[in-house]
Design a binder for this molecule. Sequence first.
Ligand code: AMP
Ligand code: GLY
Length: 419
Amino acid sequence: MNILLIGSGGREHALAWSLADSPLTSRLVIAPGNPGMEAFGEMFPIAVDDLDGLCTLAGDMTADLVVIGPEVPLVAGLADRLARLDIAVFGPSAAAAMLEGSKAFARAFCARHNIPQPAFYPVSDYKSACKFIEQLGGYCVIKADGLAAGKGVVVADDAAAAKVAAKSMLSGQFGSAGKRLIIEERISGPEASLFALLDGENAILMATAQDHKRANDNDQGPNTGGMGAISPSPRLDKALEDQVMAEIVDPVVHGMAAENTPYHGVLYVGLMLTEKGPQVIEFNCRFGDPEAQAILPRLRTDIVSAMMATTTASLHHFDMRWDQRSAVTVVMANKGYPGNYEKGDVIRNLEVAERTDDCYVFHAGTARDNNGDLIAVGGRVLAVTALGDDTASARKNAYEVVNEIAWDTGFYRSDIGKV
Ligand code: AMP
Ligand code: GLY
């Protein structure tokens, strides 16, 4: 099959590695890709928001399947446009991607379908925001409605902090994404993520994972896109997985079908395990980054067949098999991330991963300089994944490789997967 993969992060590097491994893949094209993916396919420098360019590329290469990694093109309707060209797509339509694209939509959808979640109040003016902040006693969460690259959430301890956040979002801190806000009840408990595949009518469990969102050890410092991940999540046992499938994922697939916006692709369910049971923190309409880098090295089922099954309502015949070992992924980021950072520092000794069994280095913010050396150009630059018999041994294996990578301006958390 001719497969087009869209994206350029660590998640897409892990997807490229998986797709290239499938016996069904005869040609893999990646747009725009990164230097880590050079060995897996041909790369075309077309940006993920250039929908015209991507559709033309898919047509020119007679793609049999397009795999859309990031949320921006999904929310913008790339899957719809490719479907109109009769090209199979892994990823939901724009209407279904609203589960990530609008937090107000997702909350209202869950309310309509009795999916467990915190109390929430959509608002679009400061006075109403203040009213609900006071009503929740100031202990609440303020969220920009639209896509804000993971930054549009403020967890507040008191009314003053909540009001500052609401004012700043309504005044345009996140552009049009913050025109509407959700004021939410602040719930508590451990967090975990569950990934399911949906084919419009059926849903099957894919895998579980746990992200580490804060920049520094012991969950200190600012929120980031994710500084590491482990899979499976030690918080979700079989009984909890079944409960999340029955109370959250099945109502999503049936509810979306009933509302004529069937959901095809992967659904990422961000959960808080409260005393009252699992509740939805957020939905994403794509794999997590860096969760994909922890999950995909454990997958033992052919990924292309699984993706094709999401396009044809045939998932109920599908049996996903997994390596029973644990995976730990450590992100190496540029010093200063998620704020400002220097670009252009050379990274050496990545070959160490090639010499180590069951270890993978996925690239995100890398490029090649004029000498062909690998340099750091993004915030999150590398994701190092290792497998092990349990989380502790996977963690040991991952950090052994991380410590060997020579990069002066890089930093990483030293407590990924520590329990
Ligand atoms: P999100 O971008 O929606 O995943 O939110 C980022 C982080 O904010 C989550 O991982 C949680 O730690 C926290 N959070 C979001 N919503 C709530 C909530 N209603 N109660 C408590 N914490 C929350
Ligand atoms: N790691 C969180 C996300 O991909 O949204």
